[in-house]
Design a protein around this ligand. Structure first.
Ligand code: GUN
Ligand code: ZN
Length: 436
């Protein structure tokens, strides 16, 4: 047997899902106190009890993580990697924040070497936080997309990304045109979509920074490539919604500005989706579109309280995301904590099982990647995070009282950060030696 054929057996507590805990409750979660994941060729072969897996696979190379918790690597369904350096910039709400911090920063991606440097920095940061897949916006510059996909390929990370398109209401130097957005997006899609672990995502930034002509051109591109996802922003702040109504007087509402131009569908990812009308909700549900909840961004930029309970109960597909750098953290643990806090403000306590599910399966489903990633299950790619459930003295003393896995994991969700990441496996390869 060659080394490449040698199976790996990773041991620890394991947490997997057989269904959706929002619909099925805790019956959807599978926890093994002494569990294991058998991996061959970067793919999960079996998930089960540690001792049974050990006995059946005596040839496997074993790594024992002891009391630590193995679950699917986190899936961040909406981020802006170019905004890495401006994370935690003070004092602005959305439109001022874009003009003051974001656009000047994104201008710098004209320089390909700078784009590559930030792409590498960003991917190292997310991996150290236990995130194995991200769906990122790039900038208007095609080289920002190339830099990102190349940096991800060197880490064998499954990533999704696209060239951000803007042809109005942005500074000179940060605008394309309807035609160049179409041409550049098409060329990048043809170069990268399905290449290794990369997927191309058609990316109009949001209705205010695109002309109707540009939205139409991107809608046409999407119709030509229905296997691609399309990502954009929707109803994040009330000022933004009012601006959209002024820019598109003929549209029924914000969502309609996308639908009128062929940009509404099951492969659509709509970031934020806070201030929705009943018609917009009904239409999003009917079309099977996904909403991406970005809780740290929504509190940090002052956007509002996403209606997780109402939208999930109605049957909407919801993914979870950092929205770096409008979001104030690279950590999906911190993002889960923020989702918990926002739901509490709306009167609903999200269960730890629901939070972990959102950060893994929920996002993977939104990204149409749940047959590849987002769970510990046979046939899925072995992207796994190993969580130390006692990574700081504050967390350890709270977890010590726990009598269930949920009570044990919740302090890490609420107070954990990159110190809780004992290891991140990417397609079965250990990729990060954590502090734990
Ligand atoms: N709306 C349009 N662009 C952006 C962005 O970069 N970040 C956030 N949070 N909202 C946006
Ligand atoms: Zn965003």
């Amino acid at each position: 047997m060659t080394k490449a054929d040698t199976p790996q057996l990773i041991l620890g507590q394991t947490l997997a899902f057989s269904g959706d805990p929002f619909a099925e409750g805790l019956a959807a979660a599978r926890h093994e106190r002494r569990g294991g994941v058998l991996i061959r060729g970067g793919v999960i072969e079996k998930v089960g009890a540690a001792e049974a897996l050990r006995a059946a696979n005596p040839q496997a190379a074993v790594t024992d993580h002891g009391e630590a918790l193995l679950c699917a690597g986190f899936v961040d369904a909406h981020a802006h990697y170019p905004q890495t350096p401006i994370i935690a910039s003070w004092g602005k709400q959305l439109i001022d924040w874009l003009n003051t911090y974001t656009f000047p920063q994104e201008m710098r991606f004209q320089d390909e070497a700078y784009a590559a440097e930030v792409a590498h920095r960003y991917l190292d940061l997310v991996r150290a936080h236990g995130t194995t897949t991200v769906c990122s916006y790039c900038t208007i510059h095609p080289q920002s997309v190339t830099a990102f996909f190349e940096a991800a390929a060197t880490r064998n990370m499954r990533v999704l990304a696209g060239k951000t398109c803007m042809d109005r209401n942005a500074p000179d130097g940060l605008k394309d045109t309807a035609q160049s957005a179409y041409d550049d997006s098409k060329a990048l899609l043809e170069r990268w979509h399905g290449q290794g672990r990369a997927s191309y995502v058609i990316t109009p930034r949001f209705s205010p920074t695109s002309t109707p002509e540009q939205l139409s051109a991107l809608g046409a591109l999407w119709a030509e490539h229905p296997g691609c996802l399309m990502q954009t922003h929707l109803s994040e702040q009330t000022d933004e919604c009012a601006w959209v109504a002024r820019l598109y007087p003929e549209a029924r509402d914000y969502l309609d500005t996308y639908e009128m131009h062929g940009l509404l569908g099951a492969g659509g990812l709509y970031g934020h989706a806070i201030h929705l009308t009943d018609r917009e909700k009904a239409r999003l549900l009917e079309t099977g579109a996904s909403l991406i909840h970005c809780p740290t961004s929504n509190t940090f930029i002052g956007s509002g309280l996403f209606d997780m309970d109402g939208l999930r109960s109605a049957g909407h597909s919801v993914g979870l995301a950092t929205d770096t750098g409008g979001g104030s953290s690279f950590s999906m643990l911190r993002t889960m904590a923020s989702a918990y806090e926002i739901a509490q403000l709306r009167g609903r306590a999200l269960h730890p099982a629901e939070l972990v599910w959102l950060a893994t399966q929920g996002s993977a489903r939104a990204l149409k990647m749940d047959r590849r990633i987002g769970n510990l299950a046979p046939g899925l790619e072995a992207d796994i995070v190993v969580l130390d459930l006692a990574s700081t003295p504050a967390i350890a003393q709270a977890a010590e009282r726990a009598d269930t896995i949920w009570a044990a994991v919740f302090p890490t969700i609420m107070m954990g950060d990159d110190r809780a990441i004992r290891q991140t496996y990417i397609a079965g390869q250990p990729a990060h030696a954590g502090a734990g």
